[in-house]
Write a protein that binds this ligand. Structure first.
Ligand code: ADP
Ligand code: MG
Length: 615
């Protein structure tokens, strides 16, 4: 029979270490969190190679007494929790008292620490969990942990390490997350003697986002702000046109702690529904504040996941804040000047976007630093239009009843419904949008106050049709084809369409299987150009093959809208163009259903600059 052994604390530590310290990056995260908990204002992180041979984290926090400097390496040694009552509302990043025990069990650690009032500090050397040396030492206020030879005594672990490049990048990534979560702390990260990043620690998320995610990303972001049932949300999300190829730039923080959460990812992404190209993902840095009692951080040793009591209200808070950010203050219109001009205008040392604190503590991005204002004209935000939705017809119909809106409202009668967002510098909002003309049979040129608008007529119309179809819900009208049409799709398309006939019918298509390989098409949605029936169905089949549900529904509507919209290259009546101009100028239409901007603006200032009237 096997005999039960009680493992020595040392072996237990080594086993536990595997959970807390998976990779060198985990060491960086834990040491930085400790520094933050110690009240540090400045943290320096240094590493060599992939971090396994050398990591050093220096802080100017509260430091430790000689006694604590010895005890901190013991398992369950923590100053952050006294009893189980404390566990219900954790206000620090650490609380489990196992990070230092775990790290020191599998590496060689040197600790130097001194409290502000103390004459001398303390030096402790630990290897494989054993204290080798402990003595008074002269050192600056605060704490420095140096971790060498990680996993030297657990060769099995070492084998799982990736290349230095990969591990080093992961270290920097984790340092970045901690730094982003705490904009109030200035963090400097140095790898192999080279500075990887530096955050100013001015408490402004915008500065942290700017420093950590880079100028390009930061400038494409929209401020987010909101509150729902005690859940406060702020931060930044990217403009729909600035989607990325993956989710690597999605950051979530709960009370300053970087977390991963599929639910929150979904909340943000849903806000972009129909405004972002499929396969593209928004970047975001979302800061959530809830009372510590409403969030359980004790889910996993790495503390990367949390449980909310009432996840729905957190989800809603994030979702609606993002929706509002996208609807209210979007800046879809971005004018890119020629490369040379942009270079000249770009600041040599990019300044972080200015942020103004607002009662009751919300953040708003001010128009970016003057040098960048020239490059980006905020979209006019005039409040939603009250225009009665015009009825659009396809050019295949007789010309007389073609595109003209049934209820043409003179643009000059339009008054903004509500005051525009106060921080957007607006041109004269009373000025009507005047249609100037069309160029390249593709772009509408219009003028409003001091702004020149260039509108992609297809994209704008596509959006308009899409919104109307969506609003119509189940009542989408269909038009019977003059003669039913037979269609023989590929085998896969046949199946995809065949399985979704009810949805298609709901959306205005009428078709039935004919034999084993064909469909007979009798009707298509009213707006659609019947000449586009087959290409539309092929596109829809492809979308259906990728998945069903609401997304497929929207996908179908997108296709219908696309096939219903006026196209580049077509002749379009000026009256029709005017309707689109009004829709765009009113702020009602900003992006096409695929997330591309429908318009760009050009300000007088930009033009004057181009012509060197001003410098
Ligand atoms: P936890 O953070 O969960 O308390 P750790 O093992 O990470 O556990 O740290 C143990 C204790 O060591 C902390 O509770 C804290 O009292 C002390 N400590 C660790 N790092 C620092 C630091 N940088 N400055 C001051 N005290 C520290
Ligand atoms: Mg800790």
């Amino acid at each position: 029979m096997a005999v039960i052994n009680i493992l020595s604390p040392h072996v237990a530590d080594m086993i536990a270490a595997g959970e807390v310290v998976e990779r060198p990056g985990s060491v960086i995260k834990e040491l930085m969190e400790n520094a933050a908990d110690a009240g540090a204002k400045n943290i320096t992180v240094e590493l060599r190679g992939g971090g396994a041979t050398f990591i050093r984290v220096t802080d100017d926090g509260c430091g430790m007494t000689p006694e604590d400097a010895g005890n901190c390496f013991l398992r369950h040694a923590t100053s952050k929790l006294k009893d189980e009552r404390g566990l219900e509302a954790i206000e620090t990043l650490g609380f489990r008292g196992e990070a230092l025990a775990a790290i020191s069990a599998v590496s060689r650690v040197r600790l130097e620490t001194r409290r502000a009032g103390d004459e001398a500090g303390t030096l402790v050397e630990v290897a494989g969990g054993d204290i080798l040396e402990m003595e008074p030492a002269g050192c600056p206020c605060g704490t420095t942990f140096t971790v060498r030879d990680l996993f030297y005594n657990t060769p099995a672990r070492l084998k799982f390490m990736k290349s230095d490049r990969a591990e080093g990048a992961w270290c920097v990534q984790l340092a970045l997350r901690v730094a982003l979560g705490r904009p109030d702390i200035s963090v400097r990260c140095i790898r192999d003697g080279k500075e990887e990043f530096f955050t100013p620690g001015d408490g402004k998320p915008a500065s942290a986002v700017y420093a950590l995610l880079g100028r390009e990303t930061a400038l494409s972001m929209l401020p987010v702000e909101g509150e729902n049932e005690g859940v406060r949300v702020r931060g930044f999300i990217s403009a729909p046109a600035a989607g990325r190829g993956n989710r690597a730039m999605q950051y979530f923080f709960v009370n300053g702690r970087a977390i991963r959460s599929q639910a929150l990812q979904a909340a943000v992404e849903q806000a972009y529904k129909n405004n972002m190209l499929t396969g593209r993902f928004p970047a975001c840095a979302i800061y959530i504040e809830v009372s510590p009692g409403a969030v359980d951080v004790n889910v996993h040793p790495t503390k990367n996941e949390v449980k909310f009591s009432g996840e729905k209200r957190v989800f809603d808070a994030v979702y609606y804040s993002a929706v509002n950010a996208l609807a209210g203050r979007a800046q879809p219109m971005e004018m890119t000047l020629t490369r040379g001009t942009e270079k000249k205008l770009a600041p040599a040392q990019p300044e972080p976007p200015a942020v103004r604190r607002q009662a009751p503590g919300g953040y708003r991005v001010q128009p970016p630093a003057p040098q960048t204002v020239e490059l980006r004209s905020p979209a006019p935000v005039y409040g939603a239009s009250r225009l009665v939705e015009p009825v659009w017809r396809q050019p295949i119909r007789p010309a007389q009843e073609s595109f003209a809106p049934k209820v043409p409202a003179p643009a000059s009668e339009k008054t903004p419904k509500e005051e525009p967002a106060e921080s957007a510098p607006l041109p004269d909002i009373k000025a009507p949008a005047r249609l100037v003309g069309e160029v390249l049979r593709t772009y509408i040129v219009a003028e409003r106050g001091e702004l020149v608008l260039l509108i992609d007529k297809h994209a704008a119309h596509e959006r308009m049709v899409f919104d109307r179809l969506k609003a119509a819900g189940r009542e989408i009208m269909s038009q019977s084809l003059l003669a039913p049409q037979t269609w023989r799709p590929s085998r896969e398309d046949w199946e995809a369409i065949g399985k979704n006939l009810p949805v298609l019918e709901e959306l205005g298509f009428e078709l039935e299987a004919f034999g084993e390989e064909d469909f007979i098409i009798r009707a298509v949605p009213d707006d659609m150009d019947p000449g586009e029936t087959v290409p539309a169905l092929e596109e829809i089949a492809e979308k259906l093959r990728r998945g069903g549900g609401d997304l497929a529904r929207d996908g179908i509507l997108q296709t219908v809208a696309c096939k219903a919209a006026i196209k580049a290259g077509w002749d379009t009546d000026p009256q029709e163009l005017q309707v689109l101009v009004d829709k765009v100028a009113s702020g009602e239409i900003k992006y096409c259903p695929h997330g591309r901007p429908v318009a760009v603006t050009l300000s007088r200032k930009e033009l004057d600059r181009q012509f060197k009237r001003i410098v």
